[in-house]
Each structure stands twice: as structure tokens, then as C-alpha cells.
Design a binder for this molecule. Structure first.
Ligand code: NAD
Ligand code: MG
Length: 397
């Protein structure tokens, strides 16, 4: 049974990797949470199973063709359901105190904004939506009194470490990167890497898109931009440090030269638990950190040449005026093309660079004036990237 004072929670992207970790945390303290809504892209079976297990009030599936299937799966349970993008937005708009935004890609932006606009506490895993919307996401949150809790492990680490000093005392933040499966690879091998090789992440088990982004280090690029918008930091105040063990997730350097770090096993339930408990801490189910067993923590500077995605992210952040929206949109198109076997791994960054350059040449850079602006730039940039795709695919070695 759920306690009367239970917190109501909604999980957007409940069937994914972050969704799974979140449901696991909710499962370990069932009486403390009432699940309001759960959403998924197309897996009706997994969504219905979770909705029934947690006694959700509403379940939404993004694929509009699956409404009948979902209705059947939930028949007799009293759980309301819906399908299509509007149903995902409806799920986010329903009154839950806490919302996990864990859709993959900028497709999660409108639902996340629906939760933000009603002033919810929003645990944000979906970094693409922040990179897409730019400053507007945080501005909308401030206006609505929504609290954005960073669920991405590096940003959660920074969130925890930042409270050791104030803005004037802050010198820089450092986000760590595992370096991914190609950390030690020669450029020619990275160029030709297969999907199977890109999907073998050394430390983390994650969804397909972010795993490929980790291999290209586009993920770290997205995270640099994410850190800039989340914490109002300039590109110069954000450094990346390769740390193959993924134990230190983020560090903050202050003016007295103290560096405050957050450590933990590479288990997403740790940062998610921090978001779920915030401003308190809950008892987490994750393994305790045993540094003696790990033995050593090592560090390297990132290689901007072998991993041009990281360079492109900094450039987009410095360019501003919609460039990070274009960066994200082009990367989503490039990753989908790589998964579909249309381009080589090395062409992911090439397509992103070509799209941004084309965008700038066309004179399309302009200050964003709203999140809706970002959504239309995202749409147009996807079309630009798609039109450049054949040329990139044929030019590559
Ligand atoms: P995933 O692919 O495993 O799951 C994505 C979820 O979103 C699924 O429930 C899927 O059904 C749903 N979804 C996908 N496309 C959708 C659409 N168009 N409309 C509605 N729902 C849709 O991805 P993930 O690894 O859980 O990552 C989710 C987000 O969290 C991403 O933005 C990722 O960058 C971020 N993130 C993930 C991790 C991780 O460890 N997996 C860590 C940090 C940040
Ligand atoms: Mg991360």
C-alpha cells in the first residue's frame, strides 16, 4: 500500500535504461511513492507491465498506432491511457511532484517543458532537450518555480560539489569522461568502427543513442553544453578530463585552489537517488565504493583531434545563437544514419560539422527567443543534416 503522504512521481521514458534504474529505486521504497504517469516510445508490453506493477494512474505510448494494443493490455485495471506525442505531453502535465525526464533525444523537450511549466521538480537525464532549448529551458523553469535536478552523473556530481562555495568563488568545473571504447584507438580504426564496437561501453550500460555518443565523445560535448546551461557557466569555465575508471564524476575548483569532487560506482541509480531524495538523501541500493579494491584512478587530457565531436561542441557553445540546437539535431540525424548503416562512424562528426557550417553560411544564426524557436530550429537543422547526408556518405574514405 502507498502511504497517504506519498510523493507522486512520473517517469517519462520509463522503459529505457534510465527509466529502468528509476523504477528500481521506486520499487525499493514502494510505500513512499505514488506513480502518476509512465511513458514509453513503442514497447506496449513493457509499459503496461510497469503501469500495472506500480498502480500508475496513466500510461502513454508515443507510437499513435499502438493505442488499441495499450488499451487491451490495461483492460480492467482502471489505468487511463493515451497514445501519440500529445499523450506523452499530457502525462508530463499531470500533477506529479517529481518527474524523471528520461526520453532519449530532443523528442523529450516538449514533455519536459510541460512538467517544468507546472513547477514540478524535474530530474533531468534527457540532456538533448536542454542542449536543444538552450537558455530557454532554465528560464522557463525559473519562471514557473520548477526545480531542475541534474540526473546526468557528471552534472549531478557538480550539483553536489557546487554547494561548497559561491559563484564568485568558483573558478571552473571539470566533468570526467570514461573515454569510451575507442579511447586508445588509432584515428583510422575509429573512422571504420562498427556499430557493434561502438555499442560496447567499458563502464556503463545505457541506451543505444547515448552509448554511440559516448564512443564518439559527442556525449561529453553534449554534457559540456548541458553544464553551461544548467549552471550558467561559460565555455571557458568547463573542462573535460578523461578518467577511464568512471569513479570521479565531476569536480569543482574554487578560488582558494580547493577542488571538490563527487565519487561513486558507475551506477546511474546513485545520481538518480540523489535527485529522488533531494533535498534529503535516501538509502540507496547501490554497491558501496571500495577504493582499495579499485586500486588506482587515472587521468588523461581529452584528444580533440581523434574526437572532433568534443571540439565541435565547444565551438557551438561559443557560437551560441542556436548553434547548440543545430549541433544536437545534426548529431541525432548522424547517429540514426550510423545505426542504419548509411554512414561510417567517422562521418558522424563530419555530418555535424558540415551541418553547422552550412547553417552559419546560410546566415541562419540568430538569438533564440523561446523554446518554440528552438523546436523549429531543431526541425530545420534535421532537414539540413538529412540533405547533406548523401554527400557526407559518399565523400568518406
Ligand atoms: P533509452 O533509449 O534506453 O530509453 C529511452 C526512453 O525514452 C525509452 O523509454 C523509450 O521508449 C523512450 N523514447 C524514445 N524515443 C521516444 C520518443 N520519440 N517519444 C517518447 N518516448 C521516447 O535511453 P537512456 O539510456 O535511458 O537515456 C535516456 C536519456 O538519459 C538520454 O537523453 C540520455 O542521454 C540520458 N542519460 C542516460 C544515461 C544512461 O546511463 N543511460 C546517463 C546519463 C544521461
Ligand atoms: Mg553523463
Amino acid at each position: 500500500a502507498v502511504a497517504a503522504a506519498a510523493r507522486t512521481v512520473t517517469v517519462l521514458g520509463a522503459t529505457g535504461s534510465i527509466g529502468d534504474s528509476t523504477m528500481d529505486l521506486l520499487r525499493s521504497a514502494r510505500d513512499r511513492y505514488q506513480v502518476e504517469a509512465l511513458t514509453a516510445n513503442s514497447n506496449v508490453e513493457a509499459l503496461a507491465k510497469l503501469a500495472k506493477e506500480f498502480g500508475a494512474r496513466f500510461a502513454a505510448i508515443a507510437d499513435p498506432a499502438r493505442l488499441g494494443e495499450l488499451k487491451n493490455a490495461l483492460a480492467g485495471t482502471g489505468i487511463e491511457c493515451g497514445a501519440g506525442e500529445s499523450a506523452i505531453i499530457d502525462a508530463a502535465a499531470r500533477p506529479a511532484d517529481w518527474v524523471m525526464a528520461a526520453v532519449s533525444g530532443a523528442a523529450g523537450l516538449k514533455p519536459a517543458l510541460a512538467a517544468v511549466d507546472r513547477g514540478a521538480a524535474v530530474a533531468l537525464a534527457n540532456k538533448e532537450c536542454l542542449v536543444c532549448a538552450g537558455d530557454f529551458f532554465m528560464q522557463r523553469a525559473a519562471k514557473a518555480g520548477a526545480c531542475i535536478l541534474p540526473a546526468d552523473s557528471e552534472h549531478n556530481a557538480l550539483f553536489q560539489a557546487l554547494s561548497s562555495g559561491n559563484r564568485e568563488e568558483l573558478v571552473r568545473v571539470i566533468i570526467t569522461a570514461s573515454g569510451g571504447p575507442f579511447r586508445t584507438w588509432a584515428p583510422a580504426d575509429i573512422e571504420q568502427a562498427t556499430l557493434e564496437q561502438a555499442l560496447k561501453h567499458p563502464n556503463w550500460s545505457m541506451g543505444q543513442k547515448i552509448t554511440i555518443d559516448s564512443a564518439s565523445m559527442m556525449n561529453k560535448g553534449l554534457e559540456v553544453i548541458e553544464a553551461s546551461y544548467l549552471f550558467a557557466l561559460s565555455a571557458d569555465e568547463i573542462d573535460v578530463l578523461v578518467h577511464p575508471q568512471s569513479i570521479i564524476h565531476g569536480m569543482v575548483e574554487f578560488s582558494d585552489r580547493s577542488v571538490v569532487a563527487q565519487l561513486g560506482a558507475p551506477d546511474m541509480r546513485i545520481p538518480i537517488a540523489h535527485c529522488l531524495g533531494w533535498p534529503d538523501r535516501i538509502v540507496g541500493p547501490s554497491a558501496r565504493l571500495d577504493l582499495a579494491k579499485i586500486g588506482q584512478l587515472t587521468f588523461e587530457a581529452p584528444d580533440f583531434e581523434r574526437f572532433p565531436g568534443l571540439r565541435l561542441a565547444y565551438e557551438a557553445l561559443r557560437t551560441g545563437r542556436g548553434a547548440t540546437t543545430v549541433f544536437n539535431a545534426a548529431n541525432e540525424v548522424a547517429v540514426a544514419a550510423f545505426i542504419a548503416g548509411k554512414i561510417k562512424f567517422g562521418s558522424i562528426a563530419r555530418l555535424v560539422e558540415a551541418t553547422i557550417n552550412d547553417w552559419i553560411r546560410a546566415g541562419n544564426l540568430a538569438p533564440l527567443s523561446s523554446a518554440d524557436d528552438a523546436i523549429s530550429i531543431d526541425y530545420n537543422a534535421r532537414n539540413r543534416a538529412a540533405s547533406l547526408l548523401p554527400q557526407i556518405a559518399s565523400k568518406a574514405s
